[in-house]
Write a protein that binds this ligand. Structure first.
Ligand SMILES: [Zn+2]
Length: 1285
């Protein structure tokens, strides 16, 4: 059952529909039946067929619960519909409705600003300072303490309604007096307002607290503009690495602490590299559709899978897919006559437009134009309020002037820019000078502004109000207001934010007019395009240095990119060959300035460089040994030289051998004799593949590669190609050899081109050199084989991406992928575009499958026939640092079943294809691969090898271990309750209380998550001595002890030696000699304290007569704290027999530690005892006495009911009379607040009607459960264990 967003309004609109519908669609993909509850017309008019059942109903607790009871769904998904469903999360949860995704307790921990704030403090995450205040005086005190400006908003409001920013005491006072009444009933939250900061939106999907994907969007405007009105950019363009890391860390901690399963959104504020958390919502946000489309990753589909418990592999999409998205707001000011056009903390936009571009300038202009903005042609009016903004805008004004615009400005602004040497013409207003004391000038002879705008002689108005971006109290009489209004009324484009103005000017400069349509950012395709990882060709002859007329780094790597190859390993047989440090450095320099794709360089084995070569090993792709005659000067005839190389070259870096015919067996044998791996290049013949199979079957460390010419050409093709051109080493073999290669596909580890270009003239000459170009044709040929069913897509990816990486220890290229059109049929032409060799042996072959686009490290490197990256973009991957672990999660995943989530480009891909994220490279279990492919991988931790994971690791375990066991085993520390008895609440300070409650909350979370806590008190014994029967209390203590792994011995009055006349002290002393902690209950006040004096072990008072019951009082306060979030500021009403109720005595005393108001309602003669009231008064806590619940219900946050015993009344009539007034019924509770709780220490007699039990405000059964957590915390702390410290 999916809950939608409800009616459309500002702040909650179609973006949430998109999420809810996306969720339904994914549920349908997972073959789930769906129920949708929503009540906006779109749901019926356009999305009526998205769910199996649609309820057009209000989204309220009662209605949703009714539907839930009727439909019996597997669960409810709340997180797709915005704030409305989140608001009823706790209510549904408390009525035992199954909520899918993040636990409602955790939703509450994020939504409740007290709980959330405590959590951030605990985790050391910064937040702007804030406080909830109920009177003007303390509000002023707070603002003066933190410094103005301050953001003021009523408590419990959504989407910024009725917020404001105060810059002075006077403004604060005006606002508090006019906009809302401030009192206990309507508190305001005031927070420090940070000026000139950057706001950042973070959207995340997590599973069991581990982040799976994350998007970061930055606001263009300075912080203070509501995120719904802000201009958003993703991937972020201005965030530095340091900030990025901090964002990652904060997101990681929050995801883990809230144990998020599904989506969440955070808003951060960044200033001076310091990040503060403003807000966190455990649900989708307004920006989910935007980031999903821009980053080409469906966050909602992924979140839905996670919520269903389907394992999903993490994916790093933060830096996007080569395009930038900018989202701008769309306002309706032109429809709202008279409204001022400034933005503030309240949301005002009624729509939004997002566009893509190659950069943010393009995207911003397109987005603006989509909202009706026109790029100015000739004249621009400037009106800039503050000196600071005038200065900030100065460079932009200069640019506008250079671009040839005629600039007009209001007088002050005009003077300023003229003084700074920009030609600006001043313009006077003609309308009345009212309310603007700064402007006492009379009308001049200059053209009148109103006429000017009316005659549309202005194309753009840049008007920056005095306090732009922060406040919304508008004076409707200023020139600024008039100007803005005129612009809107005459439909002249208007910019009111300094950052937007700067971005706009830069964009106009960079784009020089309307941005052109670009197919790769602006068009989606219906072609069957799938994403594959960037391919790696480990056998490429670049010919530079030595024969650059055949090929050089620039042309070769262009050909590579055009062929979907993003990394090449360049062969050493250049001129000079790469055989020592000097030649390596030389070629390395050439490559650095010319290569367009990434690369590594081979070192060649010569007869003399056995030692020298080995020194280069860490920088080398591998060592190449030429054992047969071919186009090289590096041929090795002497087998003793082979042996020296095999011995000297480090085992963890590969050796590749050109070893045909009998040399294949010889080199494999020699390598195996000294137990080192060997890689055989371009296997071509039956005899070669047979011996490799035999070697692999015997477990020898051999890998091999095959080239397209031997897979797709044979001696039969020589006539067609031409005898000279067909020269290649190894030569083209017979059709039988060729068939043998295909038959042994399972033992072929790698596809490589052996791209060996020679010019057409050379190939057609008398002595044609051997070799074919191949980079541009290999992928189409292989895709064609996939199309024909001769290869699987897995074969292609394994042999052309995964295995090259594994065998050569090549690092991952982040954000690198190839998009191929699977259905495009074409004939390979006589020559391909980019290689200098200008011929191909594959000319005339018909293939299906073409490369559409190649993205290399986030840049579009090739698209439809054009190579876009310049020479020098390519990097030597051996210069890269060791592969870092995944930034997002800090740990790696093992599951590889799970798919790369859907993207618009993946729609046609099969399930198999959807596994192709290059992330799972590192997760392949090497043993499994080895068995399957019989590939040998380098042993031990190689220089750049990726260490394999222990195969058993799962997300769940990791999630647990990160937050719990480590603290238990290594950081156990004693709390200040260690070894102490707990006799009375008076001994607790605020700090100790917080420790107890935080630990109790930890216990609660752990128990709810099903974590085992039984090593906390394992081996410890608790003695439970009850001289008075209380199964409930003793049960709660026993359960607490057992959950912590301890055991319980129990004694009660009947079995104890007390019967035989033993004193209490003696009984306790005997029991303590058996136990580590004693829980004692006794009917006599003071008895427990007496017993404790003789006892060396801690005693916990479980109640002594009408004296104390400290653990009950603790659990009561803990209940309030958990249910409402805070105790401070609450009005607590105690009802019933307050005279004899021991629990309310302890509770009242304990509550004096907080800022509360106490109210008492009791029958005559059963009021709160005088000594308690005096104590409370002495502590300065206001208290009032009433006779009827009804009189106090409206103000009450906590209604604490206690039992009334009939026998305490003088007469039955008196009892009956009182009873009616002191019973909680659903009818009575209609007069209570929506957000309050009813508590009762239980057992109840008839103080609370059972009909009220199903009300979410009924907290009394939960109260009993909280008792166990508090007792767990106490037992752990007196035993000296606090896992949180
Ligand atoms: Zn070669």
């Amino acid at each position: 059952m999916v809950l939608g967003s409800g009616v459309y309004r500002i702040g909650s609109s179609v973006e949430f529909d998109w999420c809810a519908v996306g969720c339904l669609r994914e549920l349908k993909n997972q073959e789930k039946k769906t129920i949708m509850v929503n009540y906006n017309p779109e749901t019926v008019s356009t999305d009526y067929d998205m769910s199996d059942r649609l309820y057009f109903e209000e989204i309220s607790f009662e209605v949703v619960m009714d539907i839930y009871k009727l439909e019996h769904p597997d669960g409810v998904i709340l997180c797709m519909g915005g704030q409305l469903p989140n608001n009823i999360a706790m209510d549904l949860h408390r009525q035992q409705a199954i909520i899918l995704g993040t636990s409602p307790d955790m939703i509450d921990n994020a939504e409740n600003r007290f709980k959330f704030s405590r959590m951030l403090d605990r985790k050391g995450i910064l937040q702007p300072r804030w406080k909830e205040l109920t009177d003007l005086e303390s509000a002023i005190d707070f603002c003066e303490e933190v410094g103005y400006p301050c953001l003021v908003r009523p408590s419990y409001v959504l989407s910024g309604a009725a917020m404001n920013v105060a810059f002075s005491n006077q403004e604060l006072e005006t606002y508090l007096k006019s906009a809302s009444q401030v009192n206990k009933e309507h508190p305001v939250v005031i927070s420090k307002y940070i000026l000139d900061a950057k706001e950042i939106d973070v959207d995340v999907v997590a599973s069991d607290g581990v982040i799976l994907c994350m998007a970061v969007s930055e606001h263009v405007e300075n912080a203070g503009v509501h995120s719904g009105d802000a201009t958003l950019v993703t991937p972020p363009q201005d965030i530095n690495n340091q900030t990025f890391e901090k964002i990652n860390e904060i997101a990681r901690v929050i995801a883990e602490t809230l144990d998020v399963t599904g989506p969440f959104n955070m808003q951060l504020i960044a200033k001076d590299n310091e990040l503060k958390v403003i807000e966190c919502n455990v649900r989708v946000s307004r920006s989910f559709p935007f980031v999903s489309k821009t980053l080409d990753h469906d966050f909602v589909a992924m979140a839905t899978k996670v919520i269903l418990g389907i394992p999903v592999e993490p994916i790093n999409v933060i830096s996007g897919c080569g395009k930038v998205g900018v989202k701008v707001p769309q306002f309706s000011f032109s429809r709202l006559s008279g409204a001022d056009v400034t933005l503030g903390v309240e949301m005002a936009s009624t729509g939004e437009v997002a566009c893509f571009g190659e950069n943010r300038y393009e995207a911003y202009l397109k987005s603006l134009m989509s909202t009706g903005f026109r790029i100015p042609k000739k004249a621009i009016l400037l009106s800039v309020g503050t000196f600071k903004h005038k200065m900030e805008l100065l460079p932009s004004v200069r640019i506008l002037h250079k671009l040839g615009y005629k600039l007009y400005a209001s007088m002050g602004t005009g003077d300023f820019y003229t003084e700074h040497g920009v030609e600006v013409e001043g313009v006077q207003w003609t309308f009345d000078h009212i309310g603007d004391p700064d402007d006492a000038r009379a009308d001049g002879e200059l053209m009148h502004l109103a006429d000017f705008i009316a005659r549309r002689e202005l194309d753009l108005v840049i008007n920056l109000p005095m306090r732009g971006g922060a406040r919304r109290v508008s004076s409707f009489s200023t020139h600024g207001y008039r100007t803005r209004r005129l612009a809107v009324d005459y439909a002249v484009p208007l910019v009111t934010d300094v950052k937007c103005a700067k971005l706009l000017v830069k964009a106009m400069l960079r784009c020089g007019g309307a941005p052109p349509m670009k197919t790769h950012t602006d068009c989606m395709t219906s072609r069957n395009i799938i994403k594959l990882p960037g391919f790696i060709d480990v056998h490429v002859h670049v010919r530079e240095p030595g024969a650059t007329y055949k090929e050089d780094f620039a042309s070769c790597t262009a050909a590579a990119l055009a062929g979907g190859v993003t990394m090449i390993c360049a062969m050493p047989n250049t001129n000079p060959p790469v055989i020592d440090r000097a030649s390596y450095d030389y070629v390395s320099t050439l490559a650095r300035v010319s290569a367009r794709c990434d690369y590594a360089l081979f070192v060649g084995a010569s007869t003399t460089n056995c030692e020298l070569a080995a020194e280069l090993a860490p920088q080398a792709a591998a060592l190449k040994m030429y054992l047969n005659e071919t186009f090289t000067t590096l041929k090795l005839d002497d087998m003793t030289i082979w042996q020296k190389h095999l011995q000297n070259w480090p085992k963890k870096i590969p050796i590749c051998a050109h070893a045909e015919r009998e040399k294949t067996g010889a080199i494999i044998l020699m390598a195996s004799l000294i137990d080192r791996p060997i890689h055989i290049c371009h296997v071509a013949r039956k005899e070669e593949i047979s011996i490799i199979r035999a070697a692999k079957e015997r477990g020898l460390k051999v890998t091999c590669e095959v080239c397209p010419q031997h897979l797709f050409l044979c001696t039969d093709d020589i006539d067609r190609i031409g005898k000279g051109r067909a020269e290649v080493r190894p030569v083209l073999c017979s059709a039988e050899d060729q068939a043998e290669l295909w038959k042994n596909m399972d033992i072929i580890d790698i596809f490589a081109t052996d791209h060996a270009p020679h010019s057409v003239e050379e190939k057609d000459s008398e002595k044609p050199p051997p070799g074919y170009p191949g980079l541009e044709t290999i992928l189409p040929l292989l895709l064609n084989a996939v199309h024909q069913g001769r290869l699987t897509m897995d074969d292609l990816i394994n042999k052309f991406h995964k295995n090259p990486r594994k065998i050569f220890n090549l690092p991952e290229q982040s954000n690198t992928y190839v998009e191929v059109d699977m259905d495009y049929e074409w004939t390979i032409p006589q020559a391909l575009e980019f290689s200098k060799s200008k011929w191909t042996p594959f000319a005339g072959m018909r293939v299906c499958g073409a490369i559409h686009r190649v993205t290399l490290r986030g840049e579009i490197a090739y698209v439809e026939g054009q190579v876009l990256v310049p020479p020098g973009f390519g990097q030597n991957v051996r210069d890269w640092p060791m592969p870092k672990k995944q930034l997002l999660t800090g740990t790696e995943k093992v599951e590889k079943e799970t798919s790369r989530p859907n993207s618009s480009l993946d729609v046609h891909s099969s399930l198999d294809l959807s596994r192709l994220s290059d992330l799972d490279i590192d997760q392949v279990d090497p043993i499994k691969v080895e068995n399957k492919l019989n590939v040998h991988f380098n042993e031990g931790p190689g220089l750049r090898s990726v260490s394999p994971l222990p195969p058993q690791t799962t997300i769940r375990q990791r999630c647990d271990s990160s937050s719990y066991p480590q603290t238990v085993t290594s950081q156990r520390q004693r709390s200040d309750l260690f070894g102490k008895s707990i006799l009375t609440v008076d001994t607790f300070g605020k700090e100790t209380l917080n420790d107890i409650f935080n630990l109790a909350q930890f216990m609660k979370t752990s128990v709810n998550k099903g974590r085992v806590l039984d090593d906390i008190l394992r081996g410890k014994v608790m003695a439970s001595i009850f001289y008075e029967v209380s199964t409930r209390t003793s049960g709660s203590f026993a359960a607490a002890m057992q959950r912590l792994g301890g055991s319980v011995i129990h004694t009660d009055a009947t079995s104890s030696s007390a019967k035989k006349g033993e004193t209490l002290e003696d009984s306790v002393t005997v029991m303590t000699s058996y136990a580590d902690v004693v829980v004692l209950r006794h009917p006599e006040p003071g008895a427990v304290a007496r017993a404790s004096r003789h006892c060396r072990k801690p005693i916990i008072n479980a109640g002594d007569g009408v004296g104390e019951h400290p653990t009950q009082a603790l659990l009561d306060v803990f209940t309030i704290r958990e249910e409402i979030g805070t105790v401070n500021g609450l009005t607590i009403t105690m009802v019933g027999d307050l005279k004899n109720g021991r629990t309310v005595h302890s509770l009242a005393r304990l509550l004096t530690l907080y800022q509360v108001q106490l109210q008492y309602v009791s029958p005559p003669g059963l009021g709160m005892p005088k000594h308690i009231m005096e104590y409370v008064a002495y502590k300065g806590i206001p208290q009032r006495v009433f006779e009827r619940i009804e009189d106090v219900l409206g103000d009450t946050h906590v209604l604490y009911m206690t039992r009334i015993q009939r026998e305490r009344f003088v007469s039955v009539e008196e009892y009956e009379k009182t009873r009616g007034l002191l019973v909680v019924t659903p009818q009575l509770m209609t007069k209570a607040r929506r957000r309050m709780i009813v508590m009762h220490p239980l057992p109840r007699v008839d103080e609370i009607s059972p009909e009220f039990d199903s009300d979410p405000r009924a907290a009394y059964f939960r109260q009993a459960e909280y008792g166990m957590y508090v007792r767990m915390a106490l037992l752990a702390m007196v035993s000296g264990v606090n896992p949180l410290i």
